[in-house]
Design a protein. Structure first.
Length: 153
């Protein structure tokens, strides 16, 4: 894995030129463990007139109830789910999770209606370890940063 500082810089590179995107480093500045619910609470306090959205891949959706204070997280932000191949956003599967009925309904309502993709960080890192050209899913400037810093080798 790349260090948090490298991951932050790659996010900055990937989103450069996107005027409405802010890459925030508060989780690196925070001492000790950093939890999504705490970050969302800080953002909600700083921006009380804004609606917060939290994007998660459908491959991680079943793990959401294991996250620190997941009910609080679901109150603080609208969780939007990106469909991932092999991980359907399934009402039956959601019914088995530690979620309130209104939380399940909101998760289903805010699932993106897009074709599933099969891009995964694990697969990208595996490709980067080989001698193949950088994955096309990576912005060229990010692929260049990874190469220059010898990351994921």
């Amino acid at each position: 894995m790349a260090s948090a500082e490298h991951r932050l810089e790659m996010a900055r590179i990937a989103f450069s030129g996107q005027d409405r995107v802010v890459v925030d480093d508060r989780e690196l500045r925070r001492g000790g463990p950093s939890f999504t619910a705490d970050t969302l609470a800080e953002l909600a306090e700083q921006h009380p007139d804004h609606r917060l959205y939290f994007l998660i891949g459908s491959d991680n959706l079943p793990l959401l109830p294991t996250w620190h204070e997941h009910h609080r997280l679901l109150r603080l932000a609208t969780v939007v789910t990106w469909p991932r191949r092999g991980h359907p956003i399934d009402p039956v599967a959601l019914a088995q999770l530690d979620l309130e009925p209104q939380e399940r309904a909101a998760l289903l309502e805010h699932a993106l209606r897009l074709p599933s993709d099969d891009v995964s960080a694990t697969a990208l890192r595996a490709q980067l370890r080989g001698d193949a050209p950088p994955p096309t899913a990576l912005p060229p400037a990010v692929a260049d940063y990874i190469r220059r810093h010898g990351l994921y080798r």
